[in-house]
Write a protein that binds this ligand. Structure first.
Ligand code: MTE
Length: 399
């Protein structure tokens, strides 16, 4: 029996590690068919250990602290957070930095487990702006980082990490504390009763089961901040990285903003496509996202390994929430932070079946508003993170 075996979980989820801790992604087609918002049951889960237990009755009394370099240290209960702070609701996509790591493990084994391309999900998060909470604690002038700690006790201490205080205070970054997901209380796997949600950055910074916020002059010294969520230089081997701590303590290698990425959801890998039967075109579909609030500005498909490209159509369901947010949620939303793109978008293209005849592979790549484009070649690194080369599916052409 594992510590959280009693938590109800969807049987469609694919386990990526052993039975415990719980690390899962949905089958890619199921995830895609959910549409823009992922239901909590199919939302990917990345747990480093056992899920802290909190009953519904205990939720209002859940407390977290704001401490460290502040003039006014705070202990805030969820009851207070819900009643004394302005409530906001916002769709935000979370992505594990290990999304698509399987492709790296095939080339050369990394230290991480094999995510497919479904380590990404989107929910409508409700909570408060973290900047409001931090402001009330009155940060000291020298404070530069916000360290966060969860309630999950792990072999190397509580899970924790940090982000820059400037980002937390920047309305364009949209950092929030969330207690609801798609209008319901957070599920245990996703941080019940309270978590941080940092749009545009890797999921690893969005601490679940939040207990502590500590303002500091330096980045977090938590074990999980140092030994996780980094892209070390490609020549560093698993052995070298294990023997020399200097690779881990270099903050330049820590990952914050996501990079542009995309996947083909239809056709599925090795799908049989009939050339002679059905319509003359085949509709390929998939998702794309980027980091730091940057919008995906194009998605391109190649059927000849990059010699020529076709432009796909891109849809941004997030923009509909932007337009209707006042009617939908009533509460005030600071529009300035909604100019950022915090969600995945969807692309589609009708491919001419005549062109598909000669193609064995379909590749996709995306570009964002800073003209960051997905590379042709993989950047292998020891933790196998931020993998974003052109995404490929092989098709099985039938006459
Ligand atoms: N927070 C705590 N307390 N413990 C964890 O194990 N995992 C992190 C982050 N926050 C983690 C955590 C990682 S690596 C990711 S990718 C996201 O939570 C995953 O969030 P999700 O499980 O809700 O999808």
């Amino acid at each position: 029996k594992t510590p959280d075996a009693h938590i109800p979980r969807d049987p469609r989820l694919i386990r990526l590690t052993g039975v415990h801790p719980f690390n899962v992604e949905a089958p890619l087609t199921d995830l895609f068919n959910e549409g823009f918002l992922t239901s909590p049951e199919l939302f990917y889960v990345r747990n480093h250990g056992a899920v802290p237990e909190v009953t519904d009755a205990e939720i209002p009394n859940w407390e977290f602290t704001v401490e460290g370099m502040v003039d006014n240290p705070l202990t805030i209960s969820l009851r207070q957070l819900m009643s004394e702070y302005e409530q906001i609701t916002c769709p935000i996509t979370l992505v594990c930095a290990g999304n698509r790591r399987k492709e790296q493990n095939v080339v050369r084994k990394t230290k991480g487990f094999s995510w497919g391309a479904a380590g990404v999900s989107t929910a409508l998060w409700t909570g408060v702006a973290l900047s409001e909470v931090i402001r009330r604690a009155e940060p000291k002038r020298k404070a530069k980082y916000v360290c966060m700690e969860g309630a999950d006790k792990l072999p190397n201490g509580y899970y924790g990490t940090s982000v820059k205080l400037n980002w937390v205070l920047d309305p364009n970054r949209g950092v929030m504390l969330a207690y609801n997901m798609n209008g319901e209380t957070l599920t245990p796997d996703h941080g019940k009763p309270l978590r941080v949600v940092i749009p545009g950055q890797i999921g690893g910074r969005s601490v679940k089961w939040l207990r502590k916020l500590i303002l500091t002059e330096d980045p977090s010294d938590n074990w999980y901040h140092i030994y996780d969520n980094r892209v070390l230089p490609t020549m560093v081997s698993p052995e070298q990285s294990a023997n020399d701590p200097k690779w881990w303590t270099d903050e330049r290698y820590a990952i914050y903003d996501l990079n542009p990425n995309s996947a083909i959801c239809f056709p599925v890998h090795e799908e049989q496509v009939s050339i002679s039967q059905g319509p003359e075109t085949y509709r390929a579909r998939g998702y794309a996202y980027s980091g730091g609030g940057r919008r995906i500005t194009r998605v391109e498909i190649t059927l000849d390994k990059g010699k020529s490209w076709q432009l796909a159509n891109v849809e941004y369901p997030e923009d509909r929430y932007r337009e209707f947010e006042r009617d939908l949620y009533g509460g005030r939303m600071d529009m300035s932070w909604r100019e950022s793109c915090f969600c995945w978008c969807f692309w589609w293209i009708d491919l001419n079946k005549e062109d598909l005849k000669n193609a064995k592979d379909i590749f996709v790549r995306s570009m964002d508003e800073s003209m960051n484009v997905q590379p042709r070649d993989m950047y292998w690194s020891v933790l196998g993170m931020m993998n974003n080369p052109w995404f490929r599916v092989t098709i099985d052409i039938q006459g």
